[in-house]
Design a protein around this ligand. Structure first.
Ligand SMILES: C[S@@+](CC[C@H](N)C(=O)[O-])C[C@H]1O[C@@H](n2cnc3c(N)ncnc32)[C@H](O)[C@@H]1O
Length: 260
């Protein structure tokens, strides 16, 4: 199934989403208010500039070893679990850039007859993804917001550690929008944090990490990903957890005979 292009070009503006963060630019002689990162949602620029928008930090963070350390050695395992839902030659939407070699492994996994569309809301991340995937003609990367991107009917939508970074309302919009990009019979794979088992020794550490670095992540401890969907009945849901409950993979499969 190849995605049907409904429209092309840059990100669609969705007026119902929070406006971009503004600041007074001291270097602007008119003293006008200018956007700090024009198309980046406020939750991202306010909480994650250090991780995803600051070029110096990005150069340090965008490595397999760093991702592996952040995920306590589970990156390969979670990536394998994600790819187990993706078939060779299929059309895939990756809903945001992921540090390390995720997009390269994904491009290899679906092979030259597949198609991988990657979106990210931060221009600097789009540039890095394009560079990392430059040897794979089946990959195209564009600037867009996962909460509003509409391109077509994908076999699989792959959402890897994106939802925990969003406030609940944005998460709801994103889950619905990603599900809307699925072809009949297609599936969305959400891999993200999950409430650890109470005996998990890393739980106290994660509480601290969430308090200081991931202000919206606890939303995934309190609710099922399925609960963020506006129409969960339209999909068949399956959940698995990993690492004593710390991570989850949720697969939502659209019925083969459903209307998109
Ligand atoms: C996938 S998440 C985190 C993944 C994981 N921590 C890692 O190893 O990279 C990080 C990316 O999501 C992007 N992002 C955040 N909100 C987005 C949105 N609404 N739409 C598309 N991309 C978004 C950020 O710009 C960043 O590049």
């Amino acid at each position: 199934m190849k995605p049907t292009k409904k429209h092309e070009g840059g990100p669609e503006k969705d007026q119902s989403l929070p406006p971009p963060k503004l600041r007074t630019d001291g270097g602007n002689s008119s003293g006008a208010i200018v956007p700090l990162h024009p198309d980046v949602p406020a939750y991202l620029s306010e909480n994650y500039t250090w991780a995803y928008l600051n070029p110096r930090n990005i150069r340090f963070l965008d490595h397999e070893l760093v991702v592996s350390a952040i995920l306590f050695g589970n990156n390969r395992r979670l990536r394998r679990a994600t790819f187990a839902e993706l078939t060779v030659g299929s059309t895939v939407l990756q809903s945001a850039s992921v540090y390390g070699d995720f997009c390269v492994h994904l491009a290899r996994h679906i092979g030259p007859d597949g198609r991988l569309d990657i979106i990210d809301v931060a221009p600097i991340q789009v540039a890095r993804c394009r560079h990392k995937s430059r040897n794979f003609p089946q990959v195209s990367t564009q600037l867009s917001d996962a909460a509003s991107f509409q391109s077509g009917n994908y076999d699989t939508v792959c959402c890897y550690f994106l939802l925990h970074e969003m406030p609940d309302a944005y998460r709801r919009k994103t889950v619905d929008n990603l599900l809307a990009n699925l072809a009949p019979g297609g599936s969305a794979v959400f891999v993200d944090y999950h409430k650890p088992h109470w005996l998990n020794p890393l739980k106290p550490l994660m509480i601290l990490v969430f308090r200081f670095l991931e202000p919206f992540a606890k939303g995934l401890w309190q609710s099922e990903i399925k609960d963020f969907a506006g129409n969960p009945q339209g999909f068949n849901w399956h959940k698995e957890t990993y690492f004593a409950g710390m991570y989850q993979k949720v697969v939502a499969r659209r019925a083969p005979d459903s209307q998109s």
